[in-house]
Design a protein. Structure first.
Length: 211
């Protein structure tokens, strides 16, 4: 009887050790950080029309941020090597003050469709494309522009229409950019322009720095 009891105890112990403890460990890890993007460079640039020279100037930067669920997330931003230091510095502040960022995933996930990425409130940088409505290459084409929480910070045209469609610019909503905002000031201090100050239209999610 005693031996049977010991055997069942041992069985219970082994069950916990081999089956339950890895689940507990995994839950602990996922509580720490939520992975939004974990691509390779090749995956993150697949299908782009950018020439090799441009691709060679890019890096795939891993960035951490608190999302709207209050959890620490990890994403990736394709940027020009020349602005790596700036972007690290901005994301350090984003983490420090817990400025919420919805998600940061290379735009290849949206088949290079800027509208789809914006509608998903996705933060992104590199996209080899023209400035919307023009035939001039955008600073996004060189990884020198970042769009931050684009659905919360839509483009507002002179006629009042917004991009992405259906978005509202509510300055009291967390993760929204304003002139007095620390994130705007941080970018400007590093020599970046904020699209919220453009004259023709307000590109409230857009920051860029020309080379
Ligand atoms: Zn932009």
């Amino acid at each position: 009887m005693n031996q049977i009891f010991r055997q069942s105890q041992l069985f219970a112990f082994l069950l916990i050790f081999f089956f339950i403890s890895p689940i507990i460990a995994e839950q602990g890890a996922s509580k720490k950080i939520v992975i939004d993007s974990a691509m390779t460079f090749t995956e993150a640039t697949a299908g782009t029309k950018a020439p090799k020279k441009v691709l060679d100037s890019l890096i795939l930067l891993t960035v951490d941020y608190y999302s709207y669920d209050g959890k620490l997330h990890r994403g990736q931003l394709l940027i020009n090597k020349a602005v790596e230091k700036d972007i690290r510095s901005v994301f350090n502040l984003i983490c420090e003050i817990r400025f919420p960022v919805k998600k940061v995933i290379p735009i290849v996930k949206y088949n290079w469709d800027d509208d789809a990425s914006m509608a998903d409130n996705n933060t992104s940088a590199f996209n080899y494309r023209n400035i919307a409505g023009t035939d001039r290459l955008s600073n996004h084409s060189f990884g020198r522009a970042v769009d931050l929480n684009p659905f919360s910070n839509p483009v507002i045209h002179l006629d009042g229409s917004v991009n992405p469609k259906g978005a509202k610019y509510n300055k009291n909503f967390p993760g929204t950019l304003r002139e007095s905002d620390q994130i705007v000031k941080k970018f400007e201090g590093l020599g970046w322009r904020w699209g919220g100050k453009f004259k023709q239209y307000k590109d409230n999610h857009h920051f860029d720095k020309e080379g």
